[in-house]
Design a protein around this ligand. Structure first.
Ligand code: ZN
Length: 217
């Protein structure tokens, strides 16, 4: 990540990134944000939520791994785990270079998340619209990019219920008539569900509802 963005995150969240220039024998944060600029907004939303939830939380390592964003931090609980794990899934749909909608590609054994423009000529970059079937959330009447986020939320929640025995949740998702933002309420679930909902709504409200391009850096 370029220097200005790195510095901006450290300025905005001094406590979360208190180890940014720490001793390398003690923290991996000394390597900074080891990913592309396209994930800056996602990291900003994660930082905002974790700091608000637990002012003592601090980042241990932020990096790209196998095309996904890994965000390790101290002070992890169910809520922040929901934020962290859902952000990791979300990063697989955001170009690591520019932040445009993207897919996780496998380029000769090397995984990366790239939009069409930034994918290498060797990678198999399928079409987002064709690859992600949003028909199951069509009744929400949201734009394509928000529909994909709603789908990611529902699928992630279902996955945690099925695989980890987390309590099932029902979601009420709509575009707020008062401020035009994506609003998500839920019943059932637990603290982890709250984290999942907050990262999805937080990111949704930084991108264009239809194109998925970042509108608020
Ligand atoms: Zn791109």
């Amino acid at each position: 990540m370029r220097k200005e963005l790195d510095e901006q995150l450290c300025r905005k969240y001094p406590s979360l990134y208190r180890d940014r220039h720490g001793d390398m024998r003690r923290t991996l944060m000394c390597w900074g944000f080891s990913c592309g600029d396209g994930w800056y907004t996602l990291i900003d939303v994660i930082s905002e939520l974790l700091t608000k939830h637990n002012p003592q939380a601090h980042a241990m390592q932020v990096k790209e791994k196998s095309g996904s964003l890994c965000f390790y931090h101290h002070g992890c609980d169910d809520y922040s785990l929901g934020v962290q794990m859902t952000a990791e899934t979300l990063s697989q749909y955001i170009c690591e270079i520019c932040g445009a909608p993207a897919l996780l590609n496998n380029d000769g054994g090397w995984s990366s998340t790239r939009c069409k423009e930034h994918a290498s000529e060797y990678s198999v970059n399928d079409d987002l619209e064709e690859d992600i079937d949003i028909s199951s959330v069509a009744d929400l009447g949201l734009g394509a990019a928000w529909s994909r986020l709603a789908l990611i939320l529902k699928q992630s929640a279902d996955w945690h219920t099925e695989k980890n025995g987390r309590p099932a949740a029902a979601f009420f998702i709509n575009k707020s008539k008062t401020n035009g933002q994506l609003a998500i309420r839920f019943s059932g679930g637990d603290e982890m569900t709250a984290g999942m909902v907050d990262i999805i709504a937080g990111y949704a409200n930084r991108i264009d509802e239809r194109t998925g391009l970042i509108v608020i850096e």
